[in-house]
Design a binder for this molecule. Structure first.
Ligand SMILES: Cc1cc2nc3c(=O)[nH]c(=O)nc-3n(C[C@H](O)[C@H](O)[C@H](O)COP(=O)(O)OP(=O)(O)OC[C@H]3O[C@@H](n4cnc5c(N)ncnc54)[C@H](O)[C@@H]3O)c2cc1C
Length: 395
């Protein structure tokens, strides 16, 4: 199979990269390991779009034009939702079911060829990719590649160095599940107090401390998020299957214990049940690419700009180095920093681009650029750059 642009991974960044490359005239193939697009925003049930709006906005004004706006508008039309101010920043509640359908529409309209249930397992510069699906493999020859895998898998497969924070500083994982049958208002404070009581009484495990709930906006539906340390099998390692397996099992075990406990004791929860497990637990940070440029947290805090900026990082540093909630750090001047094209270009390779949560940045900057609104913007830019460089007809 041949493509001008091959996009690895169909999360927020890969979706935008593929649509953008195809709209710029490139024959675009996207490979995605799951059976739907959206990545963490669907498979892991992450249900809020952050980073869509200007960081300093009195009103919700879009920070990046193009695909971020299109996705937001389609989402608002699908759910009837609108931007909500959370503390100092605006967010758009999103529904993973609607997101998967919007993603299908966008790639169909753009003419992207998508290969679901397909995993990139080998890559050679030039570019030749090997994709595995159910024991069969497929070769793809591509003019350019965009690594939107979230885990910089292309760097690992090429055997080149990547960046990774020390285990104790990596942003912690979380397990999100969908509940039905909850009635009445949700009070985070009250539910948190009940969980503390349950732990003290020895009815709930200590890990239940990381559990919190948010309504989806649909009658009776609530999302439960369990922040985890990731240290069930030792130091947290988001690329180690034993560690990932423990996160999945602990997530289900603790979520079930909390929901069973609330069903017995909490008014409005008598009919509550877990209706959806995620396809995978949520991982916020793993490998990052080393690019021609590296965006730093200091630059995000200073609202720095560069000559080759392609998007704005319009979210504060949201540090989650423990499972006890976020620490937010805002740019001093309220200005969003620019994300340079150099941080989307893999160092040492021609026609290899990167987007989303594994682009070239330091650990602190990743705490800002990983949000989905920003991933749409970096994906769109990477797709455009790849389309401009990736025609197989070019010498
Ligand atoms: C618990 C949690 C809560 C969060 N809360 C928010 C929030 O409220 N708002 C917000 O905006 N962001 C939030 N984030 C961050 C955000 O969801 C992610 O950083 C973002 O979705 C990353 O997008 P991405 O496209 O870079 O990567 P991903 O969404 O991880 O997508 C990568 C895709 O690549 C695929 N893939 C990987 N390797 C391969 C391969 N070898 N072959 C084929 N396919 C492959 C994966 O299956 C996946 O679909 C949260 C994250 C977590 C984990």
């Amino acid at each position: 199979m041949k493509a001008d642009v091959l996009v690895i991974g169909g999360g927020s960044a890969g979706l935008a990269a593929a649509v953008s490359a195809a709209r710029h005239g490139a024959r675009t193939v996207m490979v995605e390991r799951h059976g739907m697009l959206g990545g963490m925003g669907t498979a892991s049930l992450v249900h809020t779009f952050c980073g869509l709006y200007r960081i300093d906005g009195e009103r919700p004004e879009f920070a990046n034009e193009g695909i971020p706006v299109e996705v937001a508008e389609r989402m608002a039309a699908a759910t009837g939702g609108s931007p909500v101010k959370m503390g100092r920043v605006w967010v758009l509640p999103q529904h993973p079911v609607a997101f998967a359908a919007i993603a299908d529409e966008l790639i169909r309209e753009a003419g992207v060829e998508r290969l679901f249930h397909s995993e990139l397992v080998a890559l050679e510069p030039g570019w030749r990719a090997r994709i595995a699906c159910r024991g069969e493999t497929l070769e793809i020859e591509a003019g350019a590649v965009v690594d939107a895998s979230g885990d910089a898998v292309a760097a690992a497969l090429l055997g080149v160095p990547d960046e990774r924070a020390p285990a104790e500083r990596l942003q912690r994982p979380a397990y999100v599940c969908g509940l039905q049958g909850v009635t009445g208002e949700l009070s985070g404070l009250e539910l948190g107090g009940r969980i503390v009581e349950g732990i003290r009484a020895g009815v709930l495990p200590k890990a239940a401390m990381g559990m919190h709930f948010r309504t989806s906006g649909r009658p009776g539906e609530v999302f439960g998020t369990l922040d985890l340390s990731g240290e069930e099998t030792g130091a947290y390692d988001p690329t180690d299957p034993a560690c990932l397996s423990a996160i999945e099992s602990t997530g289900r075990e603790v979520a079930r214990a909390v929901v069973d406990y609330f069903r017995e004791r909490q008014p409005g929860w008598e009919q509550a049940y877990i209706a959806h497990w995620p396809a995978r637990a949520g991982v916020r940070e793993s490998r990052r690419w080393i690019g021609e440029a590296t965006l730093t947290g200091d630059e995000v805090l200073a609202g720095a700009t560069h000559d080759d900026d392609v998007a704005f990082a319009s979210w504060p540093l949201e540090l989650r180095e423990t499972n006890r909630g976020p620490k937010l750090r805002y740019p001093e001047n309220g200005r969003a920093a620019g994300i340079p094209a150099g941080s989307l270009r893999a160092k040492g390779f021609e026609r290899l681009f990167v987007a989303g949560r594994c682009l070239s940045c330091d650990h602190e900057a990743q705490a800002s650029i990983r949000v989905m609104g920003t991933c749409f913007a970096t994906g769109e830019a990477a797709g455009r750059l790849a389309a401009g460089s990736g025609s197989l007809q070019e010498p």
